[in-house]
Design a protein around this ligand. Structure first.
Ligand code: FAD
Length: 447
């Protein structure tokens, strides 16, 4: 057999060891480095009955010690681990998750991505994130289905017009491409919208043409696969139950799988941030509440942008499967319930039926909730903590999916170097110092 035919044979049917293994997901399939996903890989696997796909990430037992532990395998935790490895060469990392990875808010959100925030520090980190989404599928070798289809935030009162025009001017100075558009332009972009609503007519909109959506699970899975490929340990079903300290310095964590030591600890647990801070002996200016969403039955394509209607309070986009993805409000009281409720469905659907009358005949397919972590100024916390070598990333509230890559980038830099230009303003101490980053307009609707 010539060298060329040997290479072609190997490419089509794999090596001898592969051919000898009947079960595609046998442990023997775990290599040191994962094979790249590509059109060729699909053709190769098609030729051998898809028996050669390997697991997307490994499931190792925890080691005794790591250079860094990340608590929480949501998008932000996984992105933090990924950039620790990719940007700073720190790869002896464990990501501990009490449930399954991506099973928190990352797998429960409505996937809106935009960066049209008012304040400079917010625009910087959200635009960094949005720009990383543009190339994420290539960077991670995982199709995250980023769809920059455009996001519009409707102005339905004079107050909103002023707020969004101000944001458009701020965005122009920040280098974020947005514009304030007329009601006629809104109607052209979204033919199914009713711009003469019974309560609030559409008076214009803040339009970000490169905003959009991505597939939420794929973002978590893509980062997880890349982390695992770098040799990091993703340990699911492993709840952190205590933070261990030597004096004021973190030395490790107690978990349901035993004690694990670390030099640095990153806590990225969204709605459970207060619980973890409590374990370490300090308090956070955070409230946890359930935020809800629902999807309709799938229908043919009818809307190819994302629309947010903050005054009537609801927002909608159409998924690739055809479902109308509808976001509702946050509960008006603190809680840790991950479920939906009837009164939110009613309020949200009422708001959207007056905006899009055609949806009144759709059936609801499912609803759910996630526990979001809200700060008083509606901006996140990416910060050192009162405990040495312990860092916290939280407070993304109703809008952190869009921020995942930028947040991970900044948190990794903070953990590796002790400071990050993207995170500088987001310390937990800003609340004591009165240096709020007020994003109540940009975060005026849950998203
Ligand atoms: C209904 C809904 C709609 C939303 N829509 C949007 C949107 O359209 N656009 C947008 O940008 N954002 C949206 N968001 C917000 C977004 O989902 C969150 O801000 C983001 O996903 C937070 O990611 P995370 O990685 O910080 O948290 P999570 O994904 O919640 O991950 C935290 C992880 O920590 C784990 N954990 C907690 N405690 C422990 C412990 N003790 N030990 C180990 N692990 C622990 C949890 O199990 C969880 O998996 C929405 C949220 C909800 C709920």
């Amino acid at each position: 057999m010539s060298q060329v035919s040997r290479v072609v044979t190997h490419w089509i049917v794999g090596n001898e060891q592969d051919r000898g293994i009947p079960n595609a997901y046998s442990k023997n399939r775990i290599r040191n480095h994962m094979r790249r996903y590509s059109a060729f890989a699909i053709a190769r696997e098609g030729a051998r009955y898809h028996t050669g796909w390997e697991r997307a990430w490994k499931s190792p037992a925890p080691k005794k010690r790591y250079d860094a532990i990340i608590v929480g395998a949501g998008g932000h935790g996984l992105a933090t681990a990924y950039y620790l490895g990719k940007n700073h060469g720190i790869k002896n990392v464990a990501i501990l998750e009490k449930g399954w990875l991506g099973g928190g808010n990352t797998g429960r959100n409505t996937t809106i991505i935009r960066s049209n925030y008012l304040q400079d520090p917010s625009a910087a980190i959200y635009e960094k994130a949005r720009s990383l989404y543009e190339t994420m599928s290539q960077d991670l070798n995982y199709n995250v289905m980023f769809s920059p289809r455009g996001v519009m935030m409707l102005a339905q009162t004079e107050h909103e017009i002023r707020g969004y025009e101000r944001t458009a001017h701020a965005n122009a100075l920040q280098g974020v491409a947005t514009e304030f558009i007329s009601p006629q332009r809104v109607k052209e972009l979204v033919p199914i919208i009713n711009i003469h609503g019974p309560r609030y007519p559409v008076l214009g909109a803040l339009w970000q043409p490169r905003g959009g959506t991505a597939r939420h699970d794929a973002v978590a899975w893509g980062y997880a696969r890349a982390c695992s490929d770098m040799g990091m340990d993703i340990i699911q079903q492993c709840e952190v139950t205590g933070v261990r300290r030597d004096g004021n310095k973190v030395i490790g964590v107690d978990t349901t799988n035993g004690t694990i030591d670390c030099d640095k600890l990153g806590v990225v647990v969204a709605g459970h941030s207060g619980v973890l801070a409590d374990m370490a002996g300090f308090r956070l200016p955070i409230e946890s509440v359930a935020l809800q969403a629902l999807v309709s039955e799938p229908i043919k394509p009818c809307m190819d942008v994302v629309v947010m209607a903050n005054t009537v309070h609801g927002y909608m986009s159409q998924s690739d499967k055809g479902e109308m993805v509808i976001g509702g409000g946050a509960d008006g009281y603190n809680n840790y319930t991950q479920r939906g409720s009837f009164h939110h469905i009613e309020e949200t659907v009422r708001a959207l039926v007056e905006t899009f009358p055609m949806i009144s005949r759709l059936k609801m397919l499912r609803q759910w909730g996630g526990i979001v972590d809200m700060t008083g100024d509606r901006s996140p916390i990416i910060s050192r903590t009162p405990v040495e070598n312990m860092f916290i990333n939280c407070g993304w509230g109703t809008g952190g999916f869009k921020a995942i890559p930028g947040s991970g980038w900044a948190m990794a830099e903070l953990m590796a170097k002790g400071a990050s230009p993207l995170a500088d303003e987001f310390t937990m101490w800003r609340f004591g110092e009165g240096k709020f980053i007020d994003e109540s307009v940009a975060a005026g609707v849950a998203h």
